[in-house]
Write a protein that binds this ligand. Structure first.
Ligand code: ASP
Ligand code: MG
Length: 317
């Protein structure tokens, strides 16, 4: 008897079948609706839109390792953008600019251990925003209002699609609960974020992450940070990261030393902080594909892409 060999689909076959999924156009319509409603919300709230940058001598160092993505050009190294955090702070040096946002493509060449989290892409879009002279309370309320605005708009514009993709229309949320990482960890163990996300029915804030040097240390509680992640419920996990920022020269250098940042890389940024003074700002950024995933109840964030960007994807285009 002849045995049939079961062959793996070729890379070309899997690339093309990812692209021709029947649900893709529907998911993309929802995603377009998110971006369209967000632009309108930002405009209503008076934020100025900056165009994204993809190359810069400095970019977000992130608080986890990724494969380096930088290229030599014109006598220096330029990194592909991991987030526009420093450009958000620097742009707000302009005295007539009080708040801004960017639909910002980010490249984070994740290692293979993040391939199957359901939440990671090695290239994605975040909507990044920053306010001068505002604090965490302002930003958190802003995001809560944004989500309700976007959800209401989608319910109005795309009700049939939402019913088909998620089985019901989108909710409106009251104020989101706020938790602290150290308290949740004490109660739920090291996997607290996933557990809390799975048992929640509404988005929540998680404050005080050990993150990059640019997130402000709480002057009242040294060793803790005035940052916040927004976490989607039902196990969808992190959807936004943000913080009040360090803007004072000595404090930035102290934080850089603590997390092991190379000051040389940031020497011009440090000079601005020292000589010019960085403005006091707060902000955040949410992942567009992650919001799409939550709304459409997708198993993996990569289902929101036409061309797979799952870490280590077998993607040909
Ligand atoms: N956009 C984030 C922030 O504003 C940084 C990040 O991308 O994680 O803090
Ligand atoms: Mg984050």
């Amino acid at each position: 008897m002849e045995l049939k060999t079961l062959s793996e689909p070729t890379e070309l076959e899997s690339t093309l079948s990812h692209l021709s999924r029947a649900t893709l156009p529907k998911v993309l319509q929802v995603q377009q609706g998110i971006v369209r409603a967000t632009h309108e919300f930002m405009f209503k709230k008076g934020l100025t839109q900056l165009m994204p940058l993809m190359l810069s001598p400095i970019t977000d160092p992130l608080n986890h390792g990724v494969v380096d993505a930088s290229i030599g050009y014109a006598g220096r190294q330029w990194s592909l953008t991991k987030s526009m955090i420093f450009h958000k702070q620097l742009a707000l040096l302009n005295p007539d600019l009080d708040s801004l946002y960017i639909v910002s493509p980010n490249v984070r060449l994740e290692f293979a251990d993040r391939a199957d989290t359901g939440r990671h892409l090695f290239e994605f879009t975040q909507i990044d925003f920053e306010f001068k002279g505002k604090d965490r309370f302002y930003v958190m309320e802003f995001m809560e209002e944004l989500v309700n605005f976007v959800f209401a708009r989608l319910n109005k514009e795309l009700p049939a699609l939402l019913l088909e993709l998620r089985g019901e229309l989108l909710p409106q949320y009251e104020k989101w609960p706020v938790y602290r990482t150290e308290k949740l960890e004490a109660a739920l163990g090291p996997d607290y974020e996933r557990i809390k996300s799975e048992e929640s029915t509404e988005p929540f804030w998680l404050m005080n992450h050990r993150r990059e040097f640019y997130d402000k240390e709480d002057p009242k509680r040294p060793g803790t940070y005035l940052n916040y992640d927004a976490v989607w419920p039902a196990g969808f996990g992190e959807g936004l990261s943000g913080a009040e920022r360090e803007n004072e020269y000595h404090q930035i250098r102290k934080r850089m030393a603590e997390v092991g940042t190379n000051e040389e890389t940031f020497k011009h940024y440090l000079r601005v902080a020292k000589e010019q003074g960085l403005p006091k700002t707060a902000g955040g950024g949410f992942g567009v594909e992650r919001m799409t995933r939550f709304i459409c109840r997708l198993k993996d964030v990569d289902e929101a892409t036409a061309f797979s960007r799952k870490p280590f994807a077998k993607a040909l285009f």
